[in-house]
Ligand binder design. Structure first.
Ligand code: ZN
Length: 598
């Protein structure tokens, strides 16, 4: 089952931000002359032998759905029925590999392998915890959905169409058994995840309809093969529809006061935070810090607003309430933005400008050979996000890295206008800093220089998001945006979003915050639109911990930097810090910290 072994959101994110590491990129583990300095230790060789391709192939065999997402198609025709038997097999797999992992002493490994060791140790423990303790397979009906891998088999040209349709046919065989198991094991689901499962599985039907028929028509499959495929696709549609109907009747019987809560509660939240964030801090400590940061940001924003008020509202008295005053200034500044037509070109020129800036200011060395290409967001990926990096998965070496931008001229005018205000003259550069330079794009170019499939596949999302958020602050501190009060005010609003995401997530899952209070936090205290707040409320009900990763990673990276500055006042150099930090790939900040402080 997808989420049993991999934390799905994490993997999707990591897969999305990681560039290729094909076989040719991975250094051969050829032992240098014995005794030469830098020769890999015996432990290194043992680790690389077992936890290179051997582990991953075994892992993909256990998790063929995740393998398809990673671009590994060897087991693509296997659909695992999520029953007791397969969960026991997963647990046995975890035990087997953990035993092998623990037989290697991490202290005898090179830095790169030691980080991989720690990532695997955490990954295996987290997977076990998910199956045995968190038990999403029991209360979250949305984990049961077969559509995405089938859609990928149709749309990704990893093999000729006929061959892909044959894989598709074999994979279809167990879809009815898959949903039988889902119905058997779901027990006391949450109302929210049941609703989500109904919506998503209704959408899933599409994959087995017209799109499939078009592909069958294009193929040269025999009449017999077509018949089998069509029959199995019909059976799959019936199984999905049956599941949806069953969920609908289940949902009708759920009452909001008796159903399982979507809230994780303190103990499970702390544990999940421990496995996913790995910042070396507890969730509770991070929450306390976020609350403090919010207060500090409000104070700073109020001072900036006082400075700016006479310039933008001459001869008008500011509102008595601090938050009103800040909100009005942000709204005023948001009127300054590029036109709809200029938006795309502005992002292209910002990328070039930021590359030049970080180079001239010696903040980070950029790889000139890996240019980032800007394009319109492909239609099937359009949804909420305005812009983002789209990098190929670890098994897809040759593909380009794209900066996807939502074409504003193809959106409803009202929505486009509100996005232009949000990504105004000061906010748009921060967005590009976060997504591209020195944020996600620059980070993944560095990550690829320490080629490790383990880090690419199981990398830490708090490190990845934290780096992008840290990068914003580092740029402003270096004088980017000319140190103006406008730039700092809009930046503060952006940072407030990460801070309030962390506050919201903890408050909702641990302290029982309701929608009204959440709305107060997001709209009133973080200056977000009603629409953004609504979407966030939905997200916090359906996910947990993920929303804290931005602030958690940022705080941990910032602390590490400040500590090194204090400890090495004469030797500290920002560029060296940045480059060394990035050189460990997507490892958790806790591990990078250990390696850098050693
Ligand atoms: Zn990000």
């Amino acid at each position: 089952m997808l989420r049993c072994l991999l934390i799905a959101a994490l993997t999707a994110l990591v897969a999305a931000v990681n560039a290729p590491a094909n076989a040719a990129d991975v250094p051969a583990t050829v032992a240098p002359i014995s005794g030469a300095p830098g020769a890999p230790s015996r432990a290194d060789l043992a680790f690389e032998k077992q936890f290179g391709d051997e582990f991953l192939d075994a892992y993909w065999a256990m998790n063929p759905t995740d393998a398809i997402a990673a671009g590994y198609y060897k087991y693509a025709d296997k659909l695992i029925v999520p029953d007791e038997k397969s969960r026991n097999e997963q647990l046995a797999f975890i035990e087997r590999w953990r035993t092998r992992l623990l037989s290697i002493d991490p202290r005898s490994l090179s830095d790169a392998n030691r980080a991989d060791w720690a990532i695997l140790d955490n990954q295996l423990a987290a997977s076990r915890w998910d199956i045995v303790d968190l038990r999403t397979w029991q209360w979250d009906p949305s984990v049961y959905n077969v559509a995405e891998p089938f859609a990928r088999l149709l749309s990704t040209e990893f093999a000729p169409l006929d061959e892909r349709l044959r894989i598709f046919t074999r994979r279809l065989q167990h879809v009815p058994a898959y949903f039988d198991a889902a119905r058997l094991y779901i027990d006391d689901p949450t109302i929210e995840h049941t609703q989500l499962a109904i919506e998503q599985n209704q959408g899933a039907l599409q994959v087995f309809g017209e799109e499939l028929q078009t592909k069958i028509d294009e193929s040269t499959l025999s009449a017999g093969e077509r018949r089998t495929l069509t029959q199995r696709a019909d059976a799959a549609r019936a199984a999905i529809s049956g599941y949806v109907a069953w969920l609908q009747s289940t949902a009708a019987g759920l009452s909001s006061d008796k159903a399982t809560s979507f809230r994780l509660g303190r103990a499970r939240y702390e544990k999940k935070f421990f496995y996913e964030v790995q910042s070396g801090e507890s969730a509770q400590a991070l929450y306390a810090r976020a609350v403090q940061e919010k207060t500090a940001l409000h104070e700073r924003m109020s001072m900036l607003a006082d400075q700016l008020w006479p310039k933008y509202f001459p001869n008008v008295a500011p509102p008595a309430e601090r938050l009103d005053k800040i909100g009005r200034l942000i709204a005023k500044l948001s009127e300054q933005h590029v036109s709809e037509q200029a938006f795309f070109g502005e992002i292209e020129s910002l990328i070039a400008q930021l590359a030049k800036y970080v180079t001239e200011r010696q903040l980070l060395t950029l790889d000139q050979d890996k240019p980032l290409k800007v394009r319109k967001l492909p239609p099937h990926q359009r949804g909420v996000a305005l812009a983002g990096i789209d990098a190929p998965g670890p098994y897809d070496a040759s593909a380009a890295t794209w900066f996807n931008v939502m074409p504003l001229d193809e959106m409803p005018a009202e929505r486009a206008a509100s996005l232009l205000q949000e990504y105004n003259r000061w906010m748009l550069p921060i967005l590009v800093i976060h997504e591209a330079i020195p944020g996600h794009y620059a980070q993944l170019v560095y990550a690829n220089k320490s080629p490790s499939r383990i880090k690419a596949l199981f990398g830490n999302s708090a490190m990845i998001e934290g780096w992008a958020v840290y990068g914003e602050r580092m740029m402003l501190e270096s004088g980017y945006g000319d140190d103006t009060a406008e730039m700092w005010l809009i930046y503060s609003k952006w940072l407030l979003r990460s801070v309030c995401n962390a506050i919201l997530d903890y408050s909702v899952h641990v302290a029982g915050m309701n929608e009204q209070a959440a709305n107060q936090l997001l709209v009133r205290e973080a200056f977000q639109s009603a629409e953004e707040a609504r979407a966030k409320w939905r997200r916090v009900q359906l996910t947990s911990v993920q929303l804290t990763s931005y602030f958690a990673g940022y705080a941990a990276i910032y602390d590490l930097r400040e500590q090194l500055k204090r400890e090495q006042p004469d030797r500290f150099e920002l560029r060296r810090f940045n480059e060394q930090f990035l050189s460990y790939g997507n490892a958790p900040v806790r591990i990078i910290r250990e390696l850098m402080l050693r």
